[in-house]
Design a protein around this ligand. Structure first.
Ligand SMILES: [Zn+2]
Length: 529
């Protein structure tokens, strides 16, 4: 079983065009502001915005060339990064008895056969992008221009197959089996402290979380954004390993998530201003389209991550100013789904498991925050997972049936959120497959998903995984210098996302105890909403 990875030295894919906007934003006021304040952008900044919008891909395969270049590069990186580097398997075998699993077919993930549409940005598109107003204002009241029927909580709750359900009496009776948790209730200071102790965290892991956040604060730009090339901001090149992917929405959202995961919002905690400015930037970057709020800046990766950040911030604070932005971002995801259920870099393309993972997690965050997610969207997402599963749903591939550790980690987590019960033999099989690999020492993308799977499932496998994962990250956090509190590991994702991506992901791995309430078990019963 092996892949045929593209050569390490990728050809010039035009990423230099995407590395940075040509002009820095000039936002006023620069320091203290509320996300309710209007954003006033100078003429220079308008040019910068226009430059970014040229990269925004459109529906129907009519994507900007910059977006395609970005997508190609990301595809190559992601494909290779999905090859998790496995360290020792550990001495312990599976403790749950399973039926026999048939051997998977030989993998054939020749992902180099990607055919890109021949597109280029038209003069009309350029003119249209210039016509976008340079002044972005938050609405005085929620102004949802969703293409869907007006969202109401009762409609969403009436669907028995909905993704994220209210807890019912019958749920409580089956609470160790049926997923009922997963919410944000663990992010209060009190719950965070309780869950750290109850679920396997330590003072050292909590210190590492705070150090990671402190590093992120030091690398936020004056306009509220983060960039994967962290060196050009306040860092001034002092920390090595900048990322190479040029997305400010994706990077800003990725940096916001660990703050939200630890309970810090623009309304609560010591990082109110940091989070506020990040949300301010993110919402200002949204492009209104007939399909919803476009935050891609290149690919659906950024759309998914940015949507999670907006939904979590709204769900945690109930800030009505955020609601229309979060709903529009969700709408864009809904409209970007391929008819067979998945998502990929360009809206409407046949899906892959990793891009699909971010979108489904965004829909889950939306649902838990009281936003509207059509049931047919989540039903279709299940069909996508069916289309890439192997051994009846134990293993998953990247774009077709397979047994790949990265896609399996993503897909098993999605299966949990999409309603599979804890003792479902398919789920248990996938869980044990991940558990027996142990945490990777280089691939934090795999660890991010697998750690959530292991945490939700719990038991001795989780205990064993947790000690190794937790102590490894605590030991490998940069101890000094400007990079103090950050992480970097050499792998494909690390190269593309750099120190900023790696730090955000590692911080969230160490927040696993409270970032999402356990989906199964007594904690889910006690704290289910
Ligand atoms: Zn630095």
């Amino acid at each position: 079983m092996s892949h045929n990875p593209p050569p390490h030295d990728s050809p010039d894919l035009g990423l230099h065009e995407l590395a940075e906007p040509p002009v820095q934003f000039v936002l006023a006021p620069p320091i203290v502001r509320s996300i309710a304040d209007p954003v006033v952008i100078s003429n220079d900044a308008e040019d910068a915005r226009t430059g970014w919008r040229r990269m925004a891909s459109r529906f129907g395969g009519d994507a900007a060339s910059g977006a395609i270049s970005f997508a190609v590069h990301t595809i190559l990186l992601v494909i290779l990064a999905l090859i998790a580097i496995i360290d020792d398997k550990g001495p312990h075998g599976p403790e749950l008895v399973l039926g026999p699993l048939r051997e998977t077919l030989e993998e054939d993930l020749n992902n180099s056969q990607i055919v890109l549409p021949d597109v280029s940005i038209s003069h009309e598109q350029q003119q249209a992008s210039k016509a976008i107003p340079s002044e972005v204002r938050f609405p005085d009241a929620p102004n949802i221009e969703s293409p869907f029927a007006a969202p109401t909580v009762s409609v969403a709750r009436a669907q028995p197959t909905d993704l994220f359900r209210e807890t019912t009496v019958s749920d409580l009776l089956e609470a160790t089996n049926t997923p009922v948790g997963g919410g944000f209730e663990g992010r209060t200071p009190e719950q965070r402290a309780r869950l750290v102790v109850a679920r396997g965290g330590t003072q050292a892991s909590e210190d590492a979380v705070e150090q990671g956040l402190a590093w992120l604060v030091e690398h936020q730009r004056r306009d509220g954004s983060w960039h994967l090339n962290h060196q050009e901001g306040p860092c001034e090149g002092r920390c090595p390993h900048p990322g190479t992917v040029g997305t400010s929405t994706g990077a800003t959202a990725l940096a916001l998530l660990p703050f939200l995961g630890a309970g810090y919002t623009h309304k609560q905690g010591k990082y109110k201003e940091v989070v506020n400015n990040g949300l301010y930037y993110l919402t200002g970057r949204m492009i209104e389209t007939p399909h919803g709020g476009d935050l891609q800046e290149g690919t659906m990766y950024s759309q998914g991550i940015a949507t999670i950040a907006l939904c979590e911030a709204y769900g945690m604070t109930g800030d009505e100013q955020l609601k229309p932005y979060a709903q529009k971002a969700v709408n864009f995801i809904v409209r970007a789904q391929h008819p067979r259920g998945g998502w990929r870099y360009v809206p409407g393309s046949p899906g892959d498991t990793t891009v699909t993972g971010w979108q489904v997690m965004a829909l889950k965050s939306a649902k838990m925050s009281g936003l509207y997610v059509p049931s047919h969207t989540t039903e279709l997402a299940k069909e996508y997972l069916d289309s890439v599963q192997d051994s009846g749903g134990v293993f998953y591939g990247y774009q077709r049936p397979g047994k790949d550790s990265g896609p399996t980690a993503v897909a098993i987590l999605l299966r949990m959120y999409l309603g599979w019960q804890r003792y479902d033999s398919r789920l248990v099989g996938g869980f044990l497959y991940l558990a027996n690999q142990g945490p990777s020492t280089t691939d934090m993308y795999f660890n991010y998903y697998a750690t959530q799977v292991l945490h939700h499932f719990g038991g001795s496998e989780w205990d064993r995984w947790n000690v190794r994962m937790r102590d490894f990250l605590v030991a490998r956090q940069a101890p000094s210098g400007h990079e103090k509190g950050s992480w970097y590991f050499v792998d494909r994702h690390g190269t593309a996302g750099g120190r900023l991506y790696t730090t955000a992901i590692c911080t969230m791995i160490l927040e696993v105890y409270y970032r999402h309430m356990p989906l199964y078990g007594e904690d889910a019963v006690e704290d289910a909403f």
